[in-house]
Design a protein around this ligand. Sequence first.
Ligand SMILES: Nc1ncnc2c1ncn2[C@@H]1O[C@H](COP(=O)(O)OP(=O)(O)OP(=O)(O)O)[C@@H](O)[C@H]1O
Ligand SMILES: [Mg+2]
Length: 384
Amino acid sequence: MKQAISSDFKLGILGGGQLGKMLTLAASNWDVNTYVLDPNPDCPSKTTATDLTVGSFNDYDAVYAFGKDKDVITVEIESVNIEALRKLEEEGKQVFPDTKALSIIQDKGLQKQFYSDNGIATSDFELFETTADIRTAIENGTVTYPFVQKLRTGGYDGKGVAVIKSETDLNLLLEGKSVVEQMVNINKEIAVIVARNTKGEVKCFPAVEMEFNPKANLVEFLFSPAAISEAHENEAEQLSRSIVEHLDFVGLLAVELFIDNDGKMFVNEVAPRPHNSGHQTIEGNVTSQYQQHLRSILGFPLGSTAITLPSVMINILGEEGYEGNVVYDGMEKCMTVEGAKFHIYGKKITKSFRKMGHATVIDKDLESAKKKANYIKEHLKVIA
Ligand SMILES: Nc1ncnc2c1ncn2[C@@H]1O[C@H](COP(=O)(O)OP(=O)(O)OP(=O)(O)O)[C@@H](O)[C@H]1O
Ligand SMILES: [Mg+2]
């Protein structure tokens, strides 16, 4: 492979959202040239990438044309055109993660099948073509309440997930091919970010704990390290290692896990890219998830994942009920919080619960960091 740190190397990134932006910023520190493909000419990566090509990462021709002159191609979103990437792979391009892993992860049905085929603990599930089939299965008693229905493709940030507790929730069922999962009695939701490089070296970041916004069903707070036993920490690491090894994966993989009320651990889902549950690594760990992703796909040794200071990450979400040109109200007060680092993604338009930015608070004491993060939640309002 051409030396990644050289003047003529081109890293192609499908997607130019906030994850792409933070990835291009990390690449810029090493003077690695980044080329981004995104349909939005004003996407967050616009100001940070070496160059932005406006086009759809779901479109065969756009992805193929984009990839042709890049040295390595990676993604910041999993819903990309796999056929074009496969053609580029066949022509000798390096695509990390590869299309075999991407095509499994892109489809929540294939993902669940992969876990059960490889003995990786996950909640029981069944695949369905239509909501009518789910209703029939309920009548036959093969599907019982409560359950969680997920569209196999295209979901994100809790969109594409329906929690069905009883018959009265059946109107929430989503039309399309889906997975129906047994509801887990969740005690904690944790995540492990694991990287595997081109030589097969594997490193995991210590587990983090997530707290969800109950209304939006997306992560609001993240705590690093997670308050879990050493046994659970080891189990989470073993599961994460097992997934990357069974997938023969190269790149960064975020593994979302549940610990239930009996202390049993299940894999929920994985994402083949930097992830919301690794934002705090920028300030709270020796190596950030973005640097680690670059190390893993560019042929470098992996960096230390050790925590330097406890941290709390808070997603800065669009205030409910506001839509339009964004205003960050209360920023001045929040800038006084010691140890708070702000990342504003640069999305022009805010919407209810849209991820507009995040803040990470680092502190010697996690409890004190939580108080500071709560202060930010109360005082920073994203309005239009
Ligand atoms: N089997 C389950 N039992 C209980 N709760 C679940 C189950 N599956 C999902 N959930 C809840 O719904 C949330 C969203 O599910 P999931 O992570 O599959 O969807 P997603 O849209 O891909 O989310 P994101 O993009 O935020 O990661 C989970 O974090 C969890 O809180
Ligand atoms: Mg999830």
